[in-house]
Design a protein around this ligand. Structure first.
Ligand code: SF4
Length: 246
């Protein structure tokens, strides 16, 4: 047999193709193995045995007592929670009411100290004169009081100065302020506490012409002169009072 000569280029080409064929065969084998594995079905788990239902035992006395205590504690807890809710709702309602009734004066009272209010000054004004004037005006309204806004208008004061002035008079015990609702807004009514002494009311005082005025003293015991047991004073007050009533 004559051995056929193959040229090197053809031999190399054949080797290459053989190598490719081997690679493809390997790939096909691996793919088949994988598919076979995935098809294997896993054995199903055995279903758990159904639990046997045991007959219920009657609760013991101790268990009943414990259950009672728990129920009581639950009731107490619910009661406390309801009370806390009620108190919270009341506090909220109160805060809401206070916010609705809040006035400019309430803000001022928080902004200034007691001393600042008591010593409040309006620029270029004689505060003693102004205080007397305000008290005289308010005193004319007696126990009915006067709306503070009317007073500010009368004195040509702005509401800021007026409000601080009212606070000053209240702190000094000369007036009281009463919060009222007027035309849907909360404001204050000013009521006199200590009416200023008017000079006219002293004109007829017996003390002005009393011969023992120098010796007269509140501390004196009878028969030493004292306003506490002075007939002249009693008569004068009685006459003055009857005049005012007319
Ligand atoms: S209180 Fe009577 S006694 Fe005394 S000074 Fe006056 S009037 Fe005179």
């Amino acid at each position: 047999m004559v051995k056929k000569e193959i040229d090197p280029e053809t031999a190399s080409q054949i080797k290459k193709e053989l190598a490719e064929l081997r690679t493809q065969l390997e790939i096909q084998k691996k793919t088949k193995k994988k598919q076979a594995k995935s098809k294997q079905v896993k054995p199903k788990k055995k279903p758990a045995k159904s639990k046997q239902v045991k007959p219920k035992k009657k609760p013991t006395k101790a268990q009943l007592e414990k259950a009672k205590k728990i129920a009581k504690a639950e009731r107490e807890k619910a009661k406390k929670e309801a009370q806390a809710e009620k108190e919270k709702a009341e506090a909220e309602a109160k805060a809401k009411k206070e916010a609705a009734e809040r006035t400019h004066e309430d803000d001022l009272e928080e902004q200034f100290s007691d001393e600042q209010i008591r010593n409040f000054q309006i620029e270029k004004m004689d505060m003693d004169k102004l205080t007397n004037k305000v008290c005289e005006i308010i005193a004319d309204y007696e126990d009915n009081g006067m709306l503070q806004s009317d007073l500010w208008k009368k004195l040509k004061l702005n509401s800021r100065d007026g409000s601080r002035l009212a606070l000053r008079l209240e702190r000094r015990g000369l007036i009281t302020r009463e919060k009222i609702l007027k035309k849907g807004r909360w404001t204050y009514k000013l009521i006199i506490e200590q009416a200023p002494i008017k000079l006219e009311s002293l004109i007829d005082s017996p003390c002005l012409t009393c011969p023992v005025e120098q010796k007269c003293d509140f501390e004196n015991a009878y028969p030493e002169p004292s306003p506490l047991h002075c007939q002249l004073i009693e008569d004068w007050v009685a006459v003055d009072f009857s005049k005012k009533k007319k």
